[in-house]
Structures are given as C-alpha cells and as structure tokens.
Design a protein around this ligand. Structure first.
Ligand code: FAD
Length: 694
C-alpha cells in the first residue's frame, strides 16, 4: 500500500501567534523586501546545535516553525510545502524542523509574535512516528510540566494559537488519532486552534486533495486573524547549487552516493540506524514464486559482526537505489546529461535549511541515491514548476494540470506518472533547462528506506536476517506505463546478479548494482533494523493463531521457525495455527516445502489452513477459512487465551479479518455483534490481537 503503506498518518499543526498580533497583524505584514520571507527546509540541529527552538528561531530570525513527525517523508514534504507557501504567499519567515531535534518544555514561553507548526505522522495502531514519540508523550502526559514550573492545570499554552491537519488512513482502527489526540491535548493545555483540524485520508486515496482542500480556508482564516496580506508568490530557492570546477568526481571528498562521512572514508561503523545503514552482504537469495510473470524474493542478509541485532517479529529497512533508467529519464528531461557527473556543492541559503544529502556530490549521485524521483507527484509541485516550462504552451499545460483537479487525476495520478514522465509528456522535445535544481531538491522527497517484516527467527539465525518481498509491478489499464517498485526491483536485480544470471536486470532498469565506488560489490545492500512490538508470547506453550496471506506470511515463517526450534529443544510448544492465502497452489504458494518440514517437527501442534483465491469458482480468502474454523478459533482465544496475529494488506484483508473475528466471537459466545467487536477491541488493547500491516 502506498503512503507508504502504513498507517502512516501525517498531521500538521500550525501554532499561531497571539491575540495582540491578531489585532495588530503588523508583524505578519509583508516585509519591505518582497522576497525577504525566506523559507527553509528543516532545522540544522546537528551535533552541538541547540535543542531550544526559541533560540533557534531568534538566531535565524524566523517567526514561524513547521515541525514534522514523519515516517516515510510525506509529513516532512507537507511541512515543507506549508512553510514555503507561508513564506512566498504570505511573507511569513518560516523554517521546518524535525520534531526529534527539539525540546518542548519551553512551549509555554513560545512568544506571542511567533508561530509554530507541527507536521506529525501516526504509525501503526495510532502511534506517533519514531521521531515524534517524545513530543507526543510530552504534550499528552497527564502530569505535563514545563521548565518554567508551569503544569497542565494552569493552562500554560494559553497564548498559543494553532492549526492542525492530520493525514490518516480510514482502513485503520485509529483513524487520524494523532491529530485528534494532539489537538485535544493542546486545547486542554490552553491553546486555541485556528481553522479546522484537517484530516487527510490515504485509505480513500485522497490525501493530497484533502490537504489542498484544507489549506486554502486555513490560510484565509489565518490571514484574516493575523492581518497577513497575500502577494504573488515568487519562487525563492532554498539551496544554492555550485558547480565545482575545482573538484573532479573521483576526488576523495566527493560523495558518490555514500550516506555519510564514515561510509565515504570507507570505514562504516555502528551504531547502524535510520541515519546510518550497514552495507550488508546478501548471503543468499532466491525466487520463491513458481510463476513466470510475478516475482517474490527470499533473501538472507548477513549482519554478523555489525552489532545489528533483532528479535523475531522486527522489521529490516532496505535502502534503495533508483533504477538507472529513471535516473537517465530525470537527468535528460532537465537537460543535465552533459554535466551529470559534475561535482556540485549544495548549501542552504538560509541558516535553518538542511541539505538532505551530503555534499559535495554529483547530480547523478544525488538523483540516484537520495531523491525519490519515481514517487507520486503532487498537483502543487506541478504548479510550482509551471513558470520554468520551456515554452508558453508547456507552461499553460502545467498550469492547467496544477489547477484542475480532474484533469490532473486523468493525466497524472491515474497513470502513476513520476515527475520526469510528467515533464516528458508535457514537452519531450525541449529539455526543461530553466528548472532550478534547488526546486527539485525541495519538491522531491528524500528517498526512503522500505521496511520488511523479518521472516526468520532470531533464536535460530541471529546473524542472518531473512526477508520475503513481493516484487512490485503495477500495470495500469489503458496505459503503457508500468510502475516498477523502486526497492523490490533493485532487490530483484541484486538476486539476478548473485545468481550470475545472463539477464541480471530483467526489466532493463539498469541499476548501479555495485554502489558508490563499488562499495556494494559482492552483492551488498544497505540496511538497518527497526524494532517492533509484533512479538510471540514469551511462554511458548501459549497457543497462537496467525493470519498472513501473501507476503504477510513473512513474520510467521519466523514465528514457526522459532517454535520448531523450541520444540526440538524439548520445550512444550502450544497450538500453532497459520491461515495462509495466495492465488494458486501452483503459482505463489510461499514456503510450501518448509511448512511440511515444520509439520514433521511440530506434529499436531502445527496446523496450516490454506485459501487459494483463484482455484475454484468462488474466491476464497483467509477470512473465509477463519469463519469455517470458527469454533476452534473461538475456543483457543477464549479458553486458552491464544494470541491472534494478522500481517499483510492493510487496506482490505486486515479489516476483513478483524470483522470476521468479531462475528465469530459474537456467534460463538452468544453476544451481540457490537459486543463481539468490542471484545476484539479489548484484545487489541491487551495485545492479545497484534497487527503488522502495510
Ligand atoms: P515503491 O516504489 O515504493 O512503490 C510502492 C507503491 O507506491 C506502488 O505500488 C504504487 O502504489 C505507489 N507508487 C509508486 N510510484 C508511484 C507514482 N509515481 N504514482 C503513484 N503511485 C506510485 N513488503 C513485502 O513484500 N514483504 C514484507 O514482509 C513487507 N513488510 C512490511 C512491513 C512494514 C512495517 C511496512 C511498512 C511495509 C512492508 N512491506 C513489505 C512493504 C514494503 O515496505 C514496500 O512498500 C514494498 O516492497 C514496495 O516497495 P518498492 O520500493 O518496491 O515500491
């Protein structure tokens, strides 16, 4: 699923200045210099920098901060866009800031003449994103206390006005819970919201349009209340790009895709995390579908000696490299072909601007390793590129795409075009050389590592992390565009290479497999591990029921591998039931032989129940099998307090399984349907019901 999948919910909160400025509005008026409202990307809080946001804003002469809590970059992107608009259209002096870079215990002293914004994403079951955990816990804490000594009882944020927008996914139980909870918490602390608390819905696929529809009335209300004046937005670059005549791409200090200095210097060192990947050898890789036109990869990633640890049920993040075909497309349409390997230094034109990749680097390396050039395109971004079109006709087309929601949907989003493809379709005969490279860095997400549910047991193979990844390929009806998932096709190419396949790159995507300066040679891939709460019961004798169709079976392979090892070690292992589904037994039946092997070890403790959706006249899914086994499922849950796990597709499957379970409980315990649902909810809160969905 997109947006990235998760449960990713973004939320934006603008915290506005105070009543004085509501009436006066002078501070917010247009600066004398019409281009003075500088916008910047982020915070610059590297080691040694302040964690005091007020100090930072003073230092950099800002009156508006947009914080974000982001897991996959969408929240960060929305924050940047709000900041930029605030600056260019309304003359605010904005900056963007990562929530984890600042402290919050001085929010009660946030001055009346400044404005703060927060962009937060929710993760999983209504949880904050990793970088927003501290903020969330702080503002929602029962006994919140500020450094001034003020407590929650004293309405310490009385001076604070805020505006909120959340991005959620209605297929999740806790839809937009972050924006709702943070909103409530701020109001409880005395803050006042301006405008509606907007909510974007990724589940309905309307996130972007929800955001666009929300922000216009928000700006209107903000301008009115704060006496801002709108002016014609003129693009101001955030970054300066200097082409370095003095540096050759082979110079030691030039980053050719290395994620940080240690990597550049050739001595990667831990701790490895979301800022610092481990370049891990792929010990083994193989295809596990048995059908020609679809691929699923099993890979064993060797983390020995890295100090990376995992426990069964955790996630591994894979850092992708863009396909050469798409890098070329992007470079060519911008007319950068001849200077693709030219060394560039990128600097923030504003002290708070954070360059999203290390430099000096080359155009090629920045685009290949750091920019999400294949991702979905926003209407707003198209509008912002219109002034730089190569001719009037293209400019008119870009403007129309930017303004006309239906036209944009027909021509761009329904076709899943990436940015270079959009530009190509608008005008492929003249390169778009007037587009400032800065606007591309500002408007395109930083490339995101993709998560995979680890499909091995840490008890059995602590140094080898396995993943089970379906290679993403979307064919759009009525379009020749075929969307190739960035990471999974890269992994596929790695697997082909490892097997010395004469066709290492089945789709002509031309990856730079050996990485920057050949540092990934010998089949390596950059990774880090993310710990999760999706866990086996600590007592192996407790029964478990797992529902994992498709690649959702990944963590359950790890669970069963672990239980088999425990049984072999003489432990008493409880009932282990797996509901697995795929299209056909002959095509995409994952780990068929392995299940037989585990069955031999676990005997009647292991039951595999399959649903093949395309084998019979009727489509049969895991939830149907669950229903057929209702009595057993209910008994294990009720009498033996079995744990219930669901993994895989969030949009449809997880919801259907949850609903089915509610129904089963209602039928078998003789309670109402509502009560059945309530019991499932209770199981979720007590962790008897766990989900790992995307
Ligand atoms: P991407 O390039 O990221 O594309 C993904 C989707 O984005 C596309 O299918 C499409 O819907 C959309 N998209 C891409 N480009 C465009 C465009 N230009 N316009 C519009 N839409 C576009 N996957 C597994 O196979 N196995 C697992 O065990 C697994 N575990 C996961 C666990 C977690 C916690 C999470 C969050 C995800 C997990 N996933 C798993 C999914 C995985 O992280 C990736 O999302 C998936 O492999 C696709 O990645 P990709 O880079 O190949 O595709």
């Amino acid at each position: 699923a997109q947006l990235d999948t998760l449960d990713l919910i973004v939320l934006v909160i603008l915290l506005a200045g105070t009543a004085a400025y509501f009436t006066k509005g002078t501070y917010w008026g247009i600066p004398k210099d019409p281009y003075a409202g500088a916008y910047s990307l982020a915070n610059g809080t590297k080691a040694g920098k302040t964690r005091n946001i007020l100090e930072k804003m003073d230092e950099s002469e800002k009156n508006c901060v947009v914080f974000y809590g982001s897991q996959t970059g969408t929240a960060e992107d929305y924050a940047s866009r709000l900041a930029k608009e605030g600056s260019q259209r309304f003359g605010l002096k904005t900056m963007v800031a990562d929530l984890e870079d600042y402290d919050y215990d001085n929010l009660d002293t946030f001055p009346e003449d400044k404005l703060a914004m927060f962009v937060l994403a929710t993760y999983g079951e209504g949880e904050p994103t990793d970088n927003a955990v501290d903020f969330y816990e702080f503002v929602t804490s029962q006994d919140v206390s500020f450094s001034s000594g003020a407590t929650g009882d004293e309405k310490p944020l009385e001076k604070l006005k805020f505006i909120a927008f959340g991005l959620g996914n209605n297929t999740y139980e806790h839809y937009n819970s972050m924006v709702r909870r943070v909103n409530d918490a701020l109001i409880k602390l005395g803050a006042t919201r301006i405008g509606k608390a907007g909510e974007g819905d990724d589940g309905a696929g309307t996130m972007e349009e929800d955001f666009l529809a929300w922000k216009e009335p928000m700006w209107a209300e903000l301008t009115e209340k704060m006496g801002l004046e709108e002016r014609e937005a003129v693009y101001e670059p955030v970054f300066s790009i200097t082409e370095r005549e003095d540096l050759d791409e082979h110079a030691d200090e030039v980053y050719l895709g290395e994620p940080n200095k240690n990597h550049l210097e050739g001595n990667q060192k831990g701790p490895y995390n979301s800022h610092n990947p481990y370049i891990a050898p792929i010990a083994e890789s193989r295809e596990i579908f048995t059908v020609k036109d679809r691929n699923c990869l099993h890979m064993e990633i060797d983390v020995k000696g890295s100090n990376l640890t995992y426990t069964t049920g955790d996630h591994i993040a894979v850092w992708p490299t863009n396909a050469g075909r798409e890098v070329d497309r992007f470079i060519n349409i911008l007319g950068l072909g001849e200077k693709r390997h030219k060394v560039i230094s990128v600097k923030g034109l504003d002290p708070t601007a954070k360059v999203p990749f290390p430099t000096p680097t080359t155009y090629d390396a920045a685009i290949r390793y750091h920019m999400e050039i294949c991702g979905a395109v926003s209407r707003q971004f198209i509008s912002s590129l219109a002034p730089f079109a190569p001719d009037d006709k293209s400019k008119a087309e870009m403007t129309r795409l930017g303004n006309d929601k239906d036209y944009f949907s027909e021509k761009v989003s329904s076709q899943y075009l990436n940015i270079a493809q959009v530009l190509e379709r608008v005008n492929s005969s003249t390169p778009w050389t007037s587009i400032p490279f800065s606007i591309m860095i500002e408007g395109i997400h930083k490339i995101q590592p993709r998560y995979y549910s680890i499909s091995s047991s840490s008890l059995v193979q602590k140094d080898k992390i396995s993943i089970t990844a379906v290679v993403e390929e979307i064919r759009i009806p009525g379009s020749e565009n075929i969307v190739k998932g960035v990471t999974t096709n890269y992994l596929l190419a790695l697997k082909q290479k490892q097997h010395g396949d004469p066709n290492p790159d089945p789709h002509g995507l031309t990856y730079a497999i050996t990485g920057p300066r050949n540092k990934y040679d010998g089949i390596h891939v950059p990774v880090h591990v993310r710990h999760s709460n999706f866990k086996l019961p600590s007592d192996p004798s407790k029964p478990i029921i797992m529902v994992g169709p498709g690649s959702g079976v990944a963590p359950f392979r790890g669970f069963i591998q672990e239980r088999a090892a425990q049984a072999q070690a003489g432990e008493n292992v409880g009932q282990t039931i797996l509901f697995y589904g795929c299209r056909r037994a002959s095509e995409d039946y994952l780990y068929k032989e392995e299940w037989e092997h585990y069955k031999q070890i676990l005997g009647n403790k292991f039951t595999l129940i399959t649903a093949f959706s395309r084998e019979g006249p009727m489509k049969v899914y895991v939830q149907h099998r669950l229903q057929e086994n209702a009595a057993l499922v209910n008994e294990l849950l009720e009498k033996e307090k079995a744990n219930f796990y669901v993994c895989g597709d969030a949009a449809n499957m997880a919801r259907a399984v949850s609903d089915t379970l509610g129904k089963i409980i209602s039928e078998h315990r003789g309670v109402s349907a509502e009560k059945g649902e309530e019991i499932v909810k209770g199981m979720r809160s007590s962790n008897q019901y766990q989900e790992d969905v995307w």
